[in-house]
Ligand binder design. Structure first.
Ligand code: NAD
Length: 273
């Protein structure tokens, strides 16, 4: 299977479909990620706060897959940048992952009650210059936070990773990302299962002989977003990667676009401090 890649504003490229490991228990992470790599995934999305970087690292080491064929993202937790220990935080993540560098390092949340995320951004610029991460980006940044980074930073984020699924499409954020040349990653791309019964999704699944999860993954891919659905179930891990044998029609894509209804599974970034 050839997963399409997206070229980022720093010239690097990223596989459009990856595997997310939030809420994968630490003791299960090695096994689950091993299965994902066997199924063909080459892009893993983790974070320091997920507590499973060790297991991700163990699976990568065991896989024998050449480092340059893998794309690994981790994220800087809020308390680390509030404490001014961003460099230390990435060193710790790299040690757990068993890597010399990650492909992408993200500020996990802006936590905008103060503007410490702007200092964190400067630290990420330094970490990129030192070669400890190839690309740098942000997560859960609202347009106003992107504006502040643009005003005070030297490097434009390559990525903004935000909650996006059929029930929460975040058009304003996607527009702001586009304005800055920032690629959009969709977290909780399946809305954690909450939209599997929505009529246009069920109808497209029946029309193509696939599952609602596969329909939603295709919708993201065809709309140009990067995503990394999560599952710990082997058959679902495989199913979520088996999405390159069919294509949604424009009418099907439009019908899913029309499901937007401001329904979140997670926190609002302005309220998460
Ligand atoms: P998701 O939308 O990927 O949903 C995962 C859940 O959907 C599974 O636990 C399972 O219940 C169900 N599911 C998955 N595949 C299925 C299938 N084929 N059939 C039926 N049910 C299926 O949710 P997520 O894990 O919240 O998001 C994906 C990834 O996004 C995370 O693992 C993490 O890497 C990232 N994320 C980032 C942030 C952030 O703040 N940056 C926040 C949340 C998630």
């Amino acid at each position: 299977t050839a997963v399409p890649t997206i070229t980022l504003n720093d010239g690097t490229s990223i596989p459009q479909l990856g595997f997310g490991v939030w809420q994968v228990p630490a003791e299960q992470a090695e096994e689950v990620v091993t299965h994902a790599l066997q199924a063909g995934y080459r892009h893993i999305d983790t974070a320091a706060i997920y507590g499973n970087e060790d297991g991700v690292g163990a699976a990568i080491a065991k896989s024998g897959i050449p480092r340059d064929e893998l794309y690994v993202t981790t994220k800087l937790w809020v308390s680390d940048f509030k404490a001014g220990s961003t460099h230390q935080a990435l060193e710790t993540s790299l040690q757990k992952l068993g890597l010399d560098a990650v492909d992408l390092y993200l500020i996990h949340w802006p936590s905008p009650a103060d503007e410490k995320y702007l200092e964190a951004w400067k630290a990420l610029e330094e970490l990129q210059a030192k070669g400890l991460t190839r690309s740098i980006g942000v997560s859960n940044f609202l347009p106003e936070h992107l504006d502040r980074v643009a005003e005070t930073g030297s490097v434009t984020p390559a990525i903004n990773q935000v909650e996006i699924h059929p029930a929460l499409q975040q058009r304003e954020i996607q527009e702001a990302n586009k304005k800055y040349g920032i690629a959009t990653q969709a977290w909780s791309p399946l809305a954690q299962g909450a939209v599997f019964g929505d009529e246009p999704i069920v109808a497209a699944a029946e029309a193509h002989g696939v599952t609602p999860a596969q329909v939603i993954i295709r919708w993201h891919l065809q709309r140009g977003r990067i995503l990394f659905p999560k599952s710990v179930t082997p058959a679902r891990i495989e199913q979520n990667f088996d999405v390159f044998g069919f294509e949604l029609t424009d009418a099907e894509l439009d019908a899913i676009d029309a499901l937007d209804r401001d329904e979140r599974t997670g926190f609002h970034p302005a309220e998460f401090n």
